[in-house]
Design a protein around this ligand. Structure first.
Ligand SMILES: NC(=O)c1ccc[n+]([C@@H]2O[C@H](COP(=O)([O-])OP(=O)(O)OC[C@H]3O[C@@H](n4cnc5c(N)ncnc54)[C@H](O)[C@@H]3O)[C@@H](O)[C@H]2O)c1
Length: 377
């Protein structure tokens, strides 16, 4: 079977879905990999690098797609790409299926088997296929570096002949995959770190990374299905804001990552809280694209208010394309291994506990119940 890897078309995207090592692995399974020319360039993989790994190079996306049975991408495909997919093609990519209903419908209508990286279940067996986690790791790391860069202070403590510098204080709100990596990175840079999450289970993980978990006598816990958070009640949300307000004025850096699947991100940092912070402090809002955790965040922009810099970066994983692509490629190759056997034959088994839940459309139907409900089809 022919596997097509296309050049990502999203503005500012530097990642590629499959790196050279991934080409080798898929080729060994009897698959024939075709990469669109230039697809890996921004991630440090030349066309020659792909050829050496066993791929062939196509001059355009249309050429790569010709006769392809499997298409690998990172970002959801544009309409023109969907039109270029033959009936029965398997597409593996991020697809935002809960919100991009038009895309889901177009994939269904083209009778494409669309496998969504967002829908890979968060189960132990599927950890190596979990691109939400691998890319959140990249984002959490980079967010701390951005904060350090924007901060007019050091992060670590320094004891020098020119005096002693106290370490910066970092407050992290939301300690999921990105938040935990942000804690680890800020700690490596010598900052003093505090963190809060509505899932009490993460307290131990936060502490094991050398940060302090903020506690309150009020119940602000909201553990939902599958280990995810659910929305707090209004009363609980008010209590959480009180807790944050008592800690934020002291923080040099605030990094927010709080998300609730399928919902707008909760507001955790109000405009008044920003006003209470020291001039020169920095907020990095990793939930910018889903509405923002800070009231003043503007997605993709930098806002300065009351002397506080509020960064709302979008697509941070694209800024570390070499390793973000390497990790994504590992995720996607492992997932492909769930439905392609060692001889390269496709066996889509929807009873498989990873393939079943991740498949969104197949043979002209929306086959994922949650997506079907969201799309209203
Ligand atoms: N394969 C696996 O087993 C696997 C892999 C990755 C993640 N997980 C689990 O999935 C869950 C979520 O991970 P994620 O990083 O994708 O989460 P996410 O990106 O959906 O959310 C980030 C964090 O924000 C927190 N949050 C939500 N509302 C909040 C609020 N009001 N205040 C403070 N924090 C708030 C969430 O609890 C979460 O920790 C975790 O339980 C994690 O352990 C499991």
């Amino acid at each position: 079977m022919k596997v097509a890897v296309l050049k990502e078309t999203r503005a500012g995207e530097h990642r590629v879905a499959l790196v050279a090592q991934g080409v080798q692995t898929l080729s060994k399974s009897g698959l024939e990999v075709v990469v669109e020319s230039g697809a890996g360039e921004a991630a440090g993989i030349s066309d020659d690098g792909y050829k050496q790994a066993g791929a062939s190079i196509a001059g355009s996306a249309a050429e790569a797609l010709k006769g392809a049975g499997l298409v690998l991408l990172i970002n959801p495909p544009e309409a023109a790409t969907v039109t270029g997919l033959a009936e029965g093609t398997i597409l593996v990519s991020f697809l935002s299926p809960m919100t991009d209903h038009a895309l889901v419908k177009s994939l269904k209508d083209r009778k494409v088997t669309a496998i969504s990286m967002e829908m890979v279940p968060r189960i132990t067996r599927a950890q190596s296929m979990d691109a939400l986690s691998s890319q959140a790791t990249v984002a959490g790391y980079k967010a701390v570096l951005m904060a350090a860069d924007a901060l007019p202070k050091f992060l670590p403590m320094f004891t020098t002949a020119a005096g002693t510098i106290r370490p910066a204080k970092v407050l992290i709100l939301g300690a999921g995959v990105a938040g935990l990596q942000a804690i680890a990175t800020a700690r490596r840079l010598g900052a003093v770190v505090e963190a809060f999450d509505v899932r009490p289970a993460v307290k131990e993980q936060v502490e094991s990374l050398g940060a302090k978990f903020l506690e309150t006598e009020h119940d602000v816990t909201a553990e939902g299905e599958g280990g995810y958070a659910k929305e707090l009640s209004e009363e609980q949300h008010r209590k959480e804001l009180d807790l944050i307000a008592t800690h934020i004025a002291d923080a040099d850096v605030v990094l927010t990552t709080a998300q609730i699947p399928g919902r707008k991100a909760p507001v955790l940092v109000t405009a008044d809280m920003v006003k209470s912070m020291k001039p020169g402090s920095v907020i990095v809002d990793l939930a910018a694209e889903s509405g923002g955790n800070c009231e003043l965040t503007k997605a993709g922009e930098t806002v300065v208010a009351h002397g506080v810099t509020v960064l709302g970066p979008s697509n941070l994983p694209a800024t570390i394309p070499v390793h973000a692509s390497q990790m994504y490629s590992k995720n996607i190759v492992t997932l492909v291994g769930e439905f392609v056997d060692k001889e390269g034959a496709v066996n889509l088994d929807f009873a498989n506990d990873v393939v079943g839940p991740s498949t969104v459309t197949h043979a002209g139907e929306i086959v994922n119940e949650r997506v079907k409900e969201a799309v209203g089809a």
